[in-house]
Design a protein. Structure first.
Ligand SMILES: Nc1nc2c(ncn2[C@@H]2O[C@H](COP(=O)(O)OP(=O)(O)OP(=O)(O)O)[C@@H](O)[C@H]2O)c(=O)[nH]1
Ligand SMILES: [Mg+2]
Length: 186
């Protein structure tokens, strides 16, 4: 209850701050709020409004990330393989209807949930993120979870992965028990 109150106050305060900064002008008539500041504040507001935690699952190729994600949601949903497998970020969320959104920078396309494996295989390298909405998972009522490509599978994906961290509440690092935990891993 108290948390809801705090959340609502914080969200309203950020909204007011954005509006006030928009109105304030420099002597040259420019808005005091730069595009970057606006994006930053809007981003914080989205985070405040989102009550579910976001969990990012990372680790080396074949560490067992996708297997862990499937066991948390109790479904064999995201692809698992002995070969390097997950080629895109797969965000699993609770949703009113089960479907996939293939998100690229400017837009997204909708697909049926049972097309996930073909989509990841065919478009994994060109799509920024697959958002997968699922109705019937208790786990996803409290948290959304992101399965990621293996670390260092290529530079672009690794950089993408690092940039995701600012949106994330918890990072789960998966290490295969065959590769013992060493000082270098820590
Ligand atoms: N024995 C054993 N095998 C596992 C376990 N977890 C995953 N595996 C196997 O390890 C292989 C890789 O599992 P994935 O879950 O696809 O691994 P991943 O980290 O998602 O791999 P990438 O997406 O390619 O980075 C599969 O053959 C799994 O069946 C485990 O706890 N024990
Ligand atoms: Mg995987």
């Amino acid at each position: 209850m108290f948390y809801d109150y705090l959340q609502s106050r914080l969200s309203t305060s950020i909204q007011n701050a954005i509006q006030l900064l928009h109105l304030k002008k420099t002597p040259d008539g420019e808005s005091l709020l730069s595009k970057e500041d606006f994006t930053f504040l809007s981003h914080i507001q989205t985070r405040v409004r989102e009550t579910r935690s976001k969990i990012l699952v990372v680790g080396d190729v074949n560490a067992g990330k996708s297997t862990l994600v499937n066991s948390l949601i109790r479904k064999r949903l995201v692809p698992v393989d002995q070969q390097p497998c997950t080629s895109a970020f797969l965000e699993l969320l609770h949703g009113p209807c089960e479907e996939i959104h293939a998100v690229t920078q400017s837009t997204f396309l909708r697909y049926p949930i049972n097309h996930l494996h073909e989509l990841v295989e065919a478009q994994g390298n060109s799509v920024d993120l697959f958002r997968i909405f699922i109705q019937s998972s208790h786990f996803l009522r409290d948290a959304s979870i992101i399965d990621s490509p293996g670390l260092n599978i290529n530079n672009v994906t690794t950089v993408n992965l690092f940039s995701k961290q600012q949106e994330i509440d918890v990072i789960v690092f998966v290490i295969s028990s065959e590769n013992h935990i060493t000082q270098s891993v820590l």
